[in-house]
Design a protein around this ligand. Sequence first.
Ligand SMILES: Cc1ncc(COP(=O)(O)O)c(C=O)c1O
Length: 400
Amino acid sequence: MPFLSDTLSRVKPSPTIAVSNLAAELKAQGKDVIGLGAGEPDFDTPQNIKDAAIAAIVAGKTKYTAVDGIPELKKAICAKFKRDNDLDYTPAQVTVGTGGKQILYNALMATLNPGDEVIIPAPYWVSYPDMVLLAGGTPVFVEGPSQNGYKITPEDLEAAITPKTKWFIFNSPSNPTGAGYTAAELKGLTDVLMRHPHVWVMTDDMYEHLVYDDYEFATPAQVEPGLYDRTLTCNGVSKAYAMTGWRIGYAAGPVEIIKAMGKVQSQSTSNPCSVSQWAAVEALNGLQDYIATNNEMFKRRRDLVVSMLSEIEGMECPVPEGAFYVYPSIAGLIGKMSEAGTLIDTDETFAKALLEETGVAVVFGGAFGLSPAFRISYATADETLREACTRIQRFCAALR
Ligand SMILES: Cc1ncc(COP(=O)(O)O)c(C=O)c1O
């Protein structure tokens, strides 16, 4: 009898974490490596948030809390949904978990039965398909090609829906492409969902605040109030407040699913870290000015990376609306040979050769379900980005 479970054999470890680990390993060996794999802001957590956490520790708020979040945080989350999304939720409709990741996992664990299908637009955040598999469901992919700004169309969504579809996972702005759906584009998708009342929407709004130019964020229950009763609106403090290590994510939706998610959490981790919850209260209720300041920096970096990569022959780099990723297509480079003699036959060999020959670590598109492409996280210093893009330019210019 095998010791490890059959379920585990269906999933793979996170490829983005694998790239970060490999880059760290090479760095430790003294190699000149630039890691562009990590999906987290390089800014420090704002001081007011740190102070709130310190105050919580000093006040002894260091014990178990309610499993799915302290009332003060749930109240702050309800206020945030009203303020930012014009959505009305009561605290009973809110759940708090250990990062956005646990929230999504709880929701899938609480709802999926074998055979249930979950529609996932590709390219996708690496964890969606594996979480669906772990929860016993079946991922169904719908491709959003680069020519369409990495977005899917209403027709694509319609064609993917079957009687077995339970969820449609929506993520805008997206990891890995940064693509953001306008309210009108999203309405096209929600119109389809209105025709299929058995399909629920799990919207992952993690990058809501990281948006550039005149792009305006929109979320499904806001664009189509008719979907309110079958939408789980997921979000978190990790990206907007540079709080990836604090591990606080949250969701709001119908009470029945919120309760079910709490049940899953009660038998796994119990409450998210008490101190982090108090920090998140401050993040959501406190001044929000630094988000705009950080965004100016992110936008400058996005423009730098897009313009440098767009100079490369054979590479297409759509301009993303948000998040801190770009996802250039390398269709024009497949079949070429690198200077060191590696045949670039897939985006995986491209990323590997790029790392070995130039020291730049990126994540290959296959990991996100749409090839041939790669993801760069530009949440790093301008100078580092300029150097990395110069190396990528040189590497590509030498391809024969
Ligand atoms: C699209 C998306 N959703 C969810 C998460 C998870 O966020 P957290 O760090 O809060 O678990 C991430 C993190 O990379 C993400 O990119």
